[in-house]
Design a protein around this ligand. Structure first.
Ligand SMILES: N[C@@H]1[C@@H](O)[C@H](O)[C@@H](COP(=O)(O)O)O[C@@H]1O
Length: 355
């Protein structure tokens, strides 16, 4: 089975394939989308939900309408009131998540149209949903996904662009440079992976002593911070938080421990100065504060990582998770965690959380 690291190295190839095929992949289903949609509701859980948060600011900006993410279980059991002009998108990379299958069934039974994004077309999600969107990559064998998470972000961004074009929100003149910017990022992925790999290598012995990792991001990097929490919890099996910048400052900072390892995720956007203030505070109380930034940051220290891409902050989730995935993988190796076999084989037998 390929490892998380193997899949990270496959990301440039998968991005290239999606960028070549996205029109064919999505054309048929895009044609079925109602031109009068006023908002988008995304149903996803785990990494798929984190990916949606990474794409959300871009999607809302391109579609010029509200985009929200709902936890499928809460939506299915308590919030089943969907507006007629909502575009419902369910995401399940593997297509076996119980709560995603359920919400698709409930929405369709109530007369709503649901589009499901998945890589496994004949999975339960693929079979239940009437409008399946192919993610455009092979099924990821490794259950702790990395490439699939990133491809979901790319898929959602391209979908938003196509829908915006179809509904008259984005002209061809506007479409072309945005697509060129995304392609430019895709071309730089090998260099991002190289920089991220050496940063992880150089710092792994220190990270291996961490009792807790705290990821703090804003804008598109909020999804990245959430993915930091997910991957660290699932693959490294130590405590982790993934917070939005102001959310962290609102109260969680009070739970700070001097031995926390804090990773700040800076897309070099609107809230860069707010993050700088928080770092000033954190550096007074915590020894291990790191920053991963999209482009070059003048205040960068020796332990920080610059991924070297100066781009629209809304697109940074396409590459900022690379170091987070590699760090989680390397830490799992150091801790000799077997990611290929389930730690609790009885879990799904008892709960049927994956069907
Ligand atoms: N442990 C995994 C998560 O890492 C994954 O993100 C989630 C959603 O998976 P999917 O996108 O296939 O619905 O499922 C599992 O619970």
């Amino acid at each position: 089975m390929k490892s998380i690291e193997d899949y990270v190295h496959l990301e440039p190839k998968y991005y290239e394939a999606v960028l070549q095929n996205y029109e064919d992949l999505f054309a048929k289903q895009i044609g079925q989308i109602n031109n009068n949609i006023t908002n988008v509701v995304i149903y996803a859980t785990g990494s798929s939900s984190n990916a949606a948060y990474g794409a959300l600011p871009f999607m809302s900006n391109i579609l010029k309408m509200p985009v929200k993410i709902e936890e499928p279980s809460i939506a299915e059991n308590y919030l089943l009131h969907v507006e007629q002009n909502s575009l419902c998108i369910a995401i399940s990379q593997g297509g076996h998540s119980y709560s995603v299958v359920k919400i698709i069934q409930r929405l369709q039974d109530a007369g709503n149209t649901v589009f499901a994004l998945t890589s496994e077309l004949d999975s339960p999600v693929g079979q239940v949903c009437h409008h399946v969107l192919d993610m455009g990559m092979p099924v990821e064998e490794m259950p702790y996904v990395s490439a699939g998470y990133s491809v979901e972000i790319l898929d959602l961004m391209l979908l938003a662009m196509l829908i915006a074009q179809k509904t008259g929100k984005l002209s061809s003149v506007e479409f072309t440079p945005i697509l060129a910017e995304i392609k430019n990022i895709a071309r730089q992925m090998p260099e991002v992976i190289k920089r991220a790999s050496s940063w992880v290598e150089n710092n792994i012995s220190k990270f291996a002593t961490a009792k807790r990792l705290v990821f703090i991001g804003y804008g598109a990097a909020y999804g990245v911070s959430r993915e930091g929490e997910t991957k660290t919890t699932e693959a490294v099996r130590i405590s982790a938080w993934g917070k939005e910048l102001e959310e962290y400052m609102h109260g969680p900072y009070l739970g700070l421990n001097a031995d926390d390892f804090i990773i700040c995720l800076d897309p070099m956007g609107k809230l860069h100065d707010r993050l700088a203030l928080l770092k000033r505070f954190l550096n007074k109380h915590v020894k291990n504060v790191y920053t991963i930034c999209a482009g070059k940051d003048e205040s960068e220290t020796a332990v920080d990582l610059s991924l070297g891409i100066t781009t629209n902050e809304l697109l940074t989730s396409l590459f900022m998770t690379v170091p987070i995935h590699l760090l989680a993988y390397k830490l799992s190796q150091v801790k000799k965690i077997d990611l290929q076999h389930s730690a609790y084989p009885d879990f799904d037998q008892i709960t049927a959380s994956k069907i």
